[in-house]
Ligand binder design. Sequence first.
Ligand SMILES: [Zn+2]
Length: 213
Amino acid sequence: MRKFVIMGVQGSGKGTQARRLASEYELEHIEVGDIFRWNVQHHTKLGARVRRDMDAGELVGDDVVEQVVRDRLEAHDWNYGFVIDGFPRTVRQASFFLERYDIDAVIHLVMPDAEVEARVMARRVCAECGLDYNLMSHRPEVEGQCDVCGGELVARDDDNPEALAQRLRDYHERTEPAIDLFARKERVIEIDATLTKDGVFDAIRAELGLAND
Ligand SMILES: [Zn+2]
């Protein structure tokens, strides 16, 4: 059984690495943001609370987040373990988690703000088919146009400098102290997230001793 939490600012490649770990080691990928989105789309009671916080430009409240994580972990649908992505975001959420669950390690993807800014501002999405592009690493063949469907490439609404600055502030002020708390109680591995996707994945596996599995 392998149980991990993966942490890093939005744009650090956290989701990509979590998905890859999950598929390579048959872990359940628990993406808290996806659970929120599902609830918003299906107009659940919980979705309404998530919506209210998001519309106010705030982190989703601790109570809601803790409820989601508790329910999700109670589902026990993993045989080989899980990787939690997008949680905890605050010290309170981290202590909630530490009181109730054991994990093997916290994977902390470390990326300087300037690199996060460069990467996020280079993100584009096809307005027609939703395919993701990045003007630094995955350019379209024709500028501004989707390779697959020819649709227009646009920035996501929340990929603007103001929203990004707010996310970075939340991360430094509220989420990094949660990582510090984990570091006092659990194993935290620090990974340089500026490497290539493969480089980051190899570093994670080496640090976790999974390299030869
Ligand atoms: Zn497209």
